[in-house]
Design a protein around this ligand. Structure first.
Ligand code: ADP
Length: 416
């Protein structure tokens, strides 16, 4: 039995999932048999109040083991993860793994597919850090911690930006001096690529078509939100830009705004660059509008008549609708609209508001179908919710970025 570990390493956290991968028959995604054994999280690394927990996937009650002890760095976090996995009979030692797949946020223009990590790759990820200062250095810490613990273990980087490297020049360049692209690499990169690619492949499998036959608009609506236009298997546009700040309205990020607002605020209120960064990334979006970024709570408040919550939902959904319109234009129609991410998978209200009055463009939701409940565990986890008159299929598909990373990493390791 092959076991593979997927790591998402943040600056003070380490998320991990351990999978059994039984067979990788050929390149077709659904031929890979992947089973989650356990998942866990080490939090507050570097703090005296660090915690770590592990959840076994095959216990109906979701049995959890929890530890509270200071975990001073990522090396210790890996040791703690290994201890938890051993204690629960999931894995004796990391050396038993066939490899590790890492979520790496920014691959710039250097990485357009999952990549086996070596010293050159590490150096390039490091060089790309200015484009993702919060993420790439943290991702590297996880890679280096594993490298120290088990130097021979194959490690694969799976980049959030990679799927969007097919976006053509006219869609990735901004209306800025061309030298800024040449010298500073200022351009649209796009994120959530692993999720958009995964749900697009799921949609094609579900519809019994090849991905290369379909025009898809994928809406990943979680705390971060983004839309992607996927034409015949390739991402041709996406709403996040050089950073994850652009595009749809998000939990705490503003999405598209007039860039002159920053200069205006700096001049009028004396806000520093750092304060503006904090404002636009952490204090805006849903939180900025109604004081909260948890969509489930916002929907509840809105249902009870809260005006700010209603407004936040309207703004959020109107922006989604505009992007659907833009991508219908970019691809001259869409065969499929996908809703995914915590909000996209769970909120019938948000799906309905985002598709309101799009029937003349072939997009129409059936209210009854939209209000069904499915769980990730059920066999039929994909919901089809378009009405009889709608031309585009509208699918609700649970994303699974970790599973996709495991599969992608395994493919690379097998080719080694
Ligand atoms: P992340 O981007 O952090 O991975 P998720 O994809 O888990 O986030 O999405 C989190 C968002 O999903 C939160 O805003 C949460 O409130 C929202 N959400 C989860 N369940 C529901 C629900 N039933 N109705 C509305 N929103 C929901």
């Amino acid at each position: 039995m092959n076991k593979i570990l997927v790591l998402n390493s943040g600056s003070s956290s380490l998320k991990f999932q351990l999978f059994n991968i039984q067979s990788v028959g050929n390149n077709k995604h659904n031929s890979i048999n992947c089973h989650l054994i356990a998942s866990g999280l080490v939090e507050k690394i570097g703090d005296i109040n660090s915690t770590a927990h592990l959840k076994l996937s095959d216990t109906p009650s979701g049995v959890k083991t929890r530890l509270n002890r200071p975990i001073s760095n990522h090396k210790k976090a890996i040791e703690t993860m290994e201890f938890l996995l051993k204690e629960n009979n999931c894995l004796n030692t990391v050396e038993e793994l066939v490899g590790v797949g890492h979520r790496v946020v920014h691959g710039g223009e250097d990485f357009y597919q999952p990549t086996l990590i070596n010293d050159n790759v590490l150096e390039t990820i490091q060089k790309l850090s200015p484009l993702a200062p919060l993420h790439n250095p943290a991702n590297l810490t996880g890679i280096n911690a594993i490298k120290q613990r088990a130097p021979k273990l194959p490690q694969v980087a799976v980049f959030d930006t990679a799927f969007h490297q097919s976006i053509p020049e006219h869609a990735y360049l901004y209306g800025l001096p061309y030298e800024l692209y040449e010298q500073q690499k200022v351009r649209r990169y796009g994120f959530h690529g692993t999720s958009h690619h995964y749900v697009a492949k799921q949609a094609a499998d579900y519809l019994g078509k090849a991905l290369s036959e379909l025009k898809i608009i994928s809406l990943h609506l979680g705390n971060g939100t983004s839309a992607a236009a996927i034409e015949y298997g390739l991402s041709i546009d996406t709403s996040m830009g050089m950073t994850p700040l652009e595009g749809l309205v998000m939990g705490t990020r503003c999405g598209d705004i007039d860039p002159a607002i920053s200069f205006y605020l700096a001049k009028e209120t004396g806000l520093s660059l750092q304060a503006l960064d904090q404002l636009l990334n952490k204090e805006s979006g849903l939180k900025g509008i109604c004081g909260q970024n948890d969509m489930r709570a916002i929907v509840e408040r809105s249902n009870q008549g809260d005006i700010k919550a209603k407004l936040a939902i309207k703004i959020f959904c109107y922006r989604i609708k505009k992007y659907i319109g833009a991508y219908l234009a970019a691809m001259n129609g869409a065969d499929v609209i996908i809703f995914t991410g915590g909000i996209g998978e769970n909120s019938a209200e948000i799906r309905e508001f985002s598709c309101q009055k799009l029937q003349n463009l072939g997009i129409s939701i059936d209210s009854l179908k939209n209000n069904q409940r499915v769980t990730k565990q059920s066999d039929q986890s994909i919901m089809e919710i378009q009405s009889l008159t709608g031309q585009s299929k509208i699918l609700v598909i649970p994303t699974n970025e970790e599973l996709e990373i495991a599969v992608q990493a395994m493919k690379i390791i097998q080719k080694k």
